[in-house]
Ligand binder design. Structure first.
Ligand code: IPM
Ligand code: MG
Length: 352
């Protein structure tokens, strides 16, 4: 089979981590006999520099005509003073909306070899953590009406039944494949959009009698995540709450450099990227951890191409390299072998 993949290295460490992930992809192709046709395109700050806009039409076009998109990271201090609508982050929003990627899957998994990395006490983290945050990605306050009005400013949170139902369905389906436990997070004690959210999730639950559903206010969820993270399996929530809670969940694992994400729509096409950002402070120094991007490739193989065996092989290779004691700086601890971005990528490939 031939798979067409658009590759967007982006800015900062995005470039170097993507390079390693692409190498892993090529190695998987050779080992398992698949052809991955890669096309590199620009988005983010580098696109602003080259074309004067964060998301050139050609980039979106190439992505639309691909089977999937691999993205490194976008943004950096160089572009921080631009007006909101011209910032590199707009590339992300444009890609999500333009490709119809309404479901954002952010697994927060604490690898057993990295238990010490969690900032939580060992008795709280226990034997590890495996939470899946399902974040709505193309609606809510991110895309609602906003503006200025004399001396005030406003942003609007708006959700339709259809938007809530389709993201909730994704979460129920994932819960069915995991431990059949779903927590829907909202602020239904205050927000009307949250009251609709809760109604729709409750209605859909009828179709999934096996899934144990509960509802939690977002402030409580933020607290519960650090108090007893192991009570969670799948969390489903809105764009804004998901943005915040997924950062919190990833921090609990202590290694944001390890975490992948998938953004999915109704078809097979998805966008896969590390949860971390462009880390301008360490960019170009061969220090960044490429694992988040490498396991994002595994998610791509699993979710977009249905290549579960290949995805498992990548994740196993990563696990083996960690078990052998190799670490990039962000996950370094005493007695381990410190390696750079490139060497980490090469080690994973040789494990494959
Ligand atoms: C994320 C990021 C983005 C978001 C920014 C960079 C636009 O924080 O993917 O979580 O807010 O969605
Ligand atoms: Mg975020």
């Amino acid at each position: 089979m031939t798979y067409k993949i658009a590759v967007i290295p982006g800015d900062g460490i995005g470039r170097e981590v993507t390079e390693q992930a692409v190498n892993v992809l090529k190695a998987v192709g050779e080992k398992f006999g698949h052809i991955f046709e890669l096309k590199e395109v620009d988005a983010g700050g580098c696109a602003i520099d080259k074309y004067g806009e964060p998301l050139p039409a050609k980039t979106l076009e190439v992505c639309k005509n691909s089977d999937s998109v691999l993205l490194g990271a976008v943004g950096g201090p160089k572009w921080d003073t631009l007006p909101g609508s011209q910032r590199p982050e707009q590339a992300l929003l444009g890609l999500r909306k333009g490709l119809g990627l309404f479901a954002n899957l952010r697994p927060a998994v604490l690898h057993s070899a990295l238990k010490d990395a969690s900032p939580l006490k060992p008795e709280i983290i226990g034997e590890g953590l495996d939470v899946m945050v399902v974040r709505e990605l193309t609606g809510g306050i991110y895309f609602g009406e906003r503006g200025r009005d004399n001396d005030s400013a406003f942003d609007t949170e708006k959700y339709s039944v259809g938007e809530i139902e389709r993201i909730a369905r994704v979460a129920f389906e994932i819960a069915m494949k995991r431990n059949k436990k779903l927590v829907s997070v909202d602020k239904a004690n205050i927000l009307e959009s949250s009251r609709l959210w809760r109604e729709v999730v409750t209605g859909l639950a009828q179709e999934y009698p096996e899934v144990e559903v509960s509802h939690m206010y977002v402030d409580n969820a933020a607290m519960q995540l650090v108090k007893n993270p192991r009570q969670f399996d799948v969390i489903v929530t809105s764009n804004m709450f998901g943005d915040i809670l997924s950062d919190e969940a990833s921090m609990i694992t202590g290694s944001i450099g390890m975490l992948p994400s998938a953004s999915l729509g109704t078809g097979k096409l998805g966008m896969y990227e590390p949860v971390h950002g462009s880390a301008p402070d360490i960019a170009g120094q061969d220090k960044a951890n490429p694992i988040a991007t490498i396991v994002s490739v595994a998610m791509m193989l699993r979710y977009s191409f249905n290549l579960g065996k290949e995805a498992d092989a990548i994740e196993r290779a990563v696990g083996n390299v960690l078990d052998k004691g190799y670490r990039t700086g962000d996950i370094m601890s005493k007695g381990m072998n410190l390696v750079g971005t490139r060497e980490m990528g090469e080690l994973i490939i040789s494990e494959l």
